[in-house]
Design a protein around this ligand. Structure first.
Ligand SMILES: [Fe+2]
Ligand SMILES: [Fe+2]
Length: 368
């Protein structure tokens, strides 16, 4: 059977109705643009006549019921189906509160967007003839309902996944979850700053997917455009709607030539009405707020610079994180001492031999 479909991914929408926007000067995310930017993308996707839309979590700013309700209403008007998973910002406490939703309320609300069985926070749907979506919940909670600081897949979910993967042998399967399962930054799984973006027991997932010949995972959370690969398994993480470079992806999956292929194209929201120079303004916004983060990176392992020395380099790295977020970055800080140059070079979009491999935004991936 041959398949030829087009779909889109928009991640980390962090939807915030204007009166819910947090007033914090160091806030990293431009949630002010969430609604106009999302509406602009939806209008483009309706024109493109896509087959379906994936939203890999952090749907709202911070768990607010009214922001979730706005999104549910907006998605229900679309001419194509949408599938969601929860991010850490969607359920900030398992049991919710008067303003924020619980895990159980989340699956109820998003029943038309994947959770046909709202008793379970993960699901499987045959989204097109011969194409399946396995959508996971990577939010874990302590016994008292407070969230973990990292992603996690509990045993019940892994057992369910085993059962699903066995039933779907030889079918085309897409997997979606919020937290990362493969590294998108060098040493991410070992660094304290990087770990919180990953599923703590990621190997339990990736080993199962590799054994079942699943090739495609879609994630968010890191707010970075990156495609990582381990053997035949790709993890396509999509940057956030509300931070530079305000990207979304259009994907074409086809089995026409026998071997399944995925063509990845990425676009950006260039401007919205109140933000006519969104790309430049947003890059500066990120640069203006990146100093404490760069200091942490320079003074932490493995560099361990003393703060006075780190202060010399941090301003020169003002646009380092925006370049990472945009994907396909190639770093060369020639004015830095050699060990520092070497350290930052590792963040470049390079293959295992150190050659540029620019697949984060536009790519043709052979699957299986
Ligand atoms: Fe996010
Ligand atoms: Fe997140």
């Amino acid at each position: 059977m041959s398949l030829n479909c087009r779909f889109a991914v928009v991640s980390d929408l962090h939807i915030a109705l204007p009166h819910t926007v947090w007033d914090a000067p160091s806030r990293f995310h431009l949630v002010e643009v969430s609604i106009p930017a999302f509406e602009q993308i939806l209008a483009a996707l309706v024109k493109q006549e896509i087959d379906f839309l994936l939203l890999p979590g952090d749907l709202v700013q911070h768990g607010e019921r009214e922001n979730h309700e706005w999104l549910v209403k907006t998605l229900s008007r679309l001419p194509f189906p949408t599938y969601v998973v929860p991010g850490n910002h969607d359920i900030i406490h398992r049991d919710g509160c008067d303003r924020t939703v619980s895990l159980a309320e989340f699956t109820q609300l998003y029943q038309p967007f994947g959770y046909t069985n709202p008793e379970q926070p993960y699901y499987h749907q045959e989204i097109l003839d011969g194409l399946h979506l396995v959508a996971l919940n990577s939010n874990g909670f302590e016994a008292d309902g407070t969230p973990f600081h990292h992603g996690y897949l509990d045993q019940a979910q892994l057992d369910w996944l085993d059962d699903r993967l066995a039933a779907l042998a030889d079918q085309l399967v897409l997997v979606m979850l919020h937290h990362n399962a493969l590294e998108h930054l060098p040493g991410q799984a070992r660094s304290r700053m990087g770990q919180r973006y990953m599923v703590k027991n990621a190997a339990a997932l990736t080993q199962r997917l590799q054994a079942a010949n699943v090739s495609l995972m879609f994630t968010g959370h890191l707010h970075v455009q990156d495609i990582a690969q381990s053997g035949g398994l790709y993890e396509i993480t999509t940057g956030s709607l509300v931070s530079y470079p305000h990207p979304y992806r259009l994907l074409t999956l086809s089995t026409d030539a026998g071997q399944p292929q995925l063509q990845v194209a990425s676009s950006r929201v260039e401007a919205v009405p109140d933000w006519p120079t969104l790309q430049a303004t947003s890059r500066d916004w990120m640069g203006d707020r990146s100093f404490p983060f760069m200091m942490k990176l320079l003074t932490g392992p493995p560099l361990h610079l003393d703060p006075a020395e780190a202060e010399l380099y941090a301003p020169k790295l003002r646009h380092f994180w925006s370049a990472i977020a945009a994907g396909d970055a190639l770093f060369e800080f020639e004015e830095f001492p050699e060990p520092l140059q070497q350290y930052f070079r590792r963040f470049s979009a390079i293959d295992t031999e150190g050659k540029p491999r620019l697949i984060d935004n536009q790519a043709q991936l052979l699957l299986g």
